[in-house]
Design a protein around this ligand. Structure first.
Ligand code: ADP
Length: 471
C-alpha cells in the first residue's frame, strides 16, 4: 500500500508538470502576439522592452558572387569554432576548407578578458600554422569574422561593446568593453596578421548563410546552448534610431529574444527555482525554457523532486542535486531511446547515481523529457511565428484571418534559417517545433514558410559577410 501511495505521488508530480507545461494553440497564439508587441516596443525606444532589438549595422547580406579566402572565429556558449572558406564567385562555389570545433575550456568562462582573448588568439595561430606554405593567402592580411554569441551594443558592423554575459559566462570586467578590439589586440600581441573585419552575432551569421543560398531568407534563429533570433527589418521601422540611420533600406536586427518574457509563458516551480539559482536571475527567461543549456536541468529538477517524494528511484543520490549534471544531450538520448528495455535511460540514470530502476520508472523519466522538450519546441515555434507576424508574413493572423484563399496565395515565400546543436541533434525538439509552427500558422500559410537547417551557419555565414564587404 505504501509503495502504491508513493507511486501515486510521483504520478501526481508528473500530472502537475504536464499541466504546468501545457501549450495549447490558443496559448501559443498569445505568446505570438506578445512577441510581436514586444518587438515593436523594443524598436520604438531604448529600454522599451525586455527585447533589446539591437542594431547590427548589417545592411546588406551576401549575394553569392563573393570571392576569396576568409576566416571565421565563433565563440558560442559551449563550443568555439574556427574555419576557413574559399569562395569562387558563384553560389555553388563555397568551399569550407577547414573547420575546427572545440569545447570552450570551462575555466575561461570566469577568467579575465586577457586570458580569454589570448586563448582565442592562440587557437587561431595554431589553426593558421596548419595551412603551411600552400596557403592561398600567404603574405596577404587575413580577413576574419568574429561571431560572438552574446549581447553586444554595436557602433558599427565591426565594433561593439558587451552588454552582459549569458549562458554561465562571468567575466565582469569585460562588460562595456569593445569585443572586436579585445580580439584584435590579442591577435596583434601574437603577431598575427589578421584583421577583425566584422563582429556579428551567431544568428546574423546564420541569416547570412541562409540569404547567400536563398534570398527569401529573412529570419534566422539559433537553438544551441542559448537561443536567439534576428531578422531583416526596414530601417524606417527602427523608430528608436531615427535620424541616426538612413530611412531607406533595411538592417538586420538582433532581437536577443532569449530575454523575452510574457505572462502567457507557461512557467513551473522548476523554472522559478532554476532561474533563482542561476548566475543571471531574472534574466533570459525565454532562453531558460527553450535552450540546450537549461532543458537538462529542468528535467533533473523534476526527477530530483520525484526521488525526494518517493523511493521509486532507490536510495537518494547526491549527484542528482548537482545543478547541470544532466545535460540536454542526455535528455535527447533518453527521449529517443528505442531499445525495448530503455537501456540508454538506465545507463544515464546510473551515471546520475540512480541504479536499477524498474522499466515503469524509466518510462516515467522519458515522459518527463517529453513534456519539457515539447514545451520548448512549441514555445520556440510561437517565437518564430511572432517574428513572422511582426513582418507581415504570418498570413495576417493565421487561420482566424478571414482572408480568402487567393489572398493567402499572394503571400511571399519566407525562409527561416535555423541552426544550433539543440535543433540539429535533437529530433524530437525539431519535430515539436515544426509541428507547432504549422498549427499556429495554419496549413495554407505554412506552405509559404520554409524552415531550413544551416549547419555551421553562424561561422560560415559571418565569413561570407566579410567577403560581401570586400566586394
Ligand atoms: P553553442 O551554442 O555553444 O555555439 P551549438 O550550437 O553546437 O554550440 O549548441 C551546443 C548545445 O546544443 C549543447 O550545449 C547542447 O545543449 C545542445 N545539444 C548538442 N547536441 C545535442 C543533442 N544530441 N541533444 C540535445 N541537445 C544537444
Amino acid at each position: 500500500v505504501k509503495s502504491r501511495r508513493k507511486w501515486r505521488s510521483v504520478v501526481e508530480i508528473l500530472k502537475e508538470l504536464e499541466e504546468g507545461c501545457d501549450t495549447p494553440v490558443g496559448r501559443l497564439r498569445q505568446v505570438v502576439d506578445a512577441m510581436a508587441v514586444e518587438m515593436h516596443a523594443g524598436l520604438a525606444s531604448e529600454g522599451g522592452s525586455k527585447l533589446k532589438m539591437l542594431l547590427t549595422f548589417v545592411h546588406h547580406l551576401p549575394q553569392g558572387t563573393e570571392k576569396g579566402t576568409y576566416y571565421a572565429l565563433h565563440l558560442g556558449g559551449t563550443y568555439f569554432r574556427i574555419l576557413r572558406v574559399l569562395l569562387g564567385g558563384e553560389r555553388s562555389y563555397l568551399d569550407v576548407q577547414d573547420v575546427e570545433r572545440h569545447p570552450i575550456p570551462s575555466h575561461l568562462m570566469n577568467s579575465t578578458s586577457e586570458v580569454l582573448f589570448n586563448f582565442l588568439a592562440f587557437s587561431l595561430e595554431r589553426f593558421i600554422e596548419k595551412e603551411g606554405d600552400g596557403s592561398s593567402s600567404q603574405g596577404v592580411k587575413r580577413e576574419l569574422a568574429f561571431t560572438f554569441s552574446f549581447p553586444v551594443k554595436h557602433s558599427s558592423i565591426s565594433s561593439g561593446v558587451l552588454i552582459k554575459w549569458t549562458k554561465g559566462f562571468e567575466i565582469s570586467e569585460m562588460v562595456g568593453k569593445d569585443i572586436a578590439e579585445c580580439l584584435q589586440v590579442a591577435l596583434n600581441r601574437r603577431g598575427l596578421d589578421m584583421h577583425v573585419a566584422v563582429l556579428v552575432n551567431d544568428t546574423v551569421g546564420a541569416l547570412s548563410l541562409g540569404y547567400y543560398h536563398d534570398p527569401d531568407t529573412v529570419v534566422a534563429v539559433v537553438f544551441g546552448t542559448g537561443s536567439n533570433a534576428c531578422y531583416l527589418e526596414r530601417t524606417d521601422a527602427i523608430i528608436k534610431s531615427q535620424g541616426l540611420l538612413t530611412t531607406s533600406g533595411s538592417m538586420v536586427v538582433n532581437m536577443e529574444w532569449g530575454n523575452f518574457w510574457s505572462s502567457h509563458l507557461p512557467r513551473t516551480s522548476y523554472d522559478i527555482d532554476l532561474d533563482a539559482e542561476s548566475s543571471n536571475p531574472n534574466d533570459m527567461g525565454f532562453e531558460k525554457m527553450i535552450s540546450g543549456m537549461y532543458l537538462g536541468d529542468i528535467v533533473r529538477r523534476v526527477i530530483l523532486r520525484m526521488s525526494q517524494e518517493s523511493d521509486i528511484f532507490g536510495p537518494s543520490s547526491s549527484l542528482l542535486s548537482e545543478p547541470y549534471v544532466l545535460r540536454t544531450n542526455s535528455v535527447s538520448a533518453m527521449h529517443e531511446d528505442d531499445t525495448p528495455e530503455l537501456q540508454e535511460v538506465a545507463r544515464i540514470l546510473k551515471d546520475l547515481g540512480v541504479a536499477e530502476v524498474p522499466l515503469k520508472v524509466r518510462k516515467l523519466v522519458v515522459k518527463v523529457c517529453d513534456v519539457v522538450t515539447r514545451r520548448a519546441g512549441r514555445l520556440a515555434a510561437a517565437g518564430i511565428a511572432g517574428i513572422l507576424k511582426k513582418i507581415g508574413r504570418d498570413g495576417g493572423g493565421g487561420i482566424t484571418s478571414g482572408r480568402s484563399r487567393s489572398e493567402i496565395q499572394m503571400q511571399k515565400r519566407t525562409v527561416v534559417a535555423v541552426e544550433g546543436g539543440l535543433y540539429m541533434n535533437y529530433t524530437m525538439f525539431r519535430e515539436y517545433m515544426e509541428e507547432a509552427l504549422v498549427e499556429i500558422l495554419g496549413e495554407d500559410v505554412s506552405q509559404y514558410v520554409v524552415v531550413k537547417a544551416m549547419e555551421d551557419g553562424s561561422s560560415i555565414g559571418s565569413a561570407l559577410l566579410v567577403a560581401s564587404l570586400q566586394s
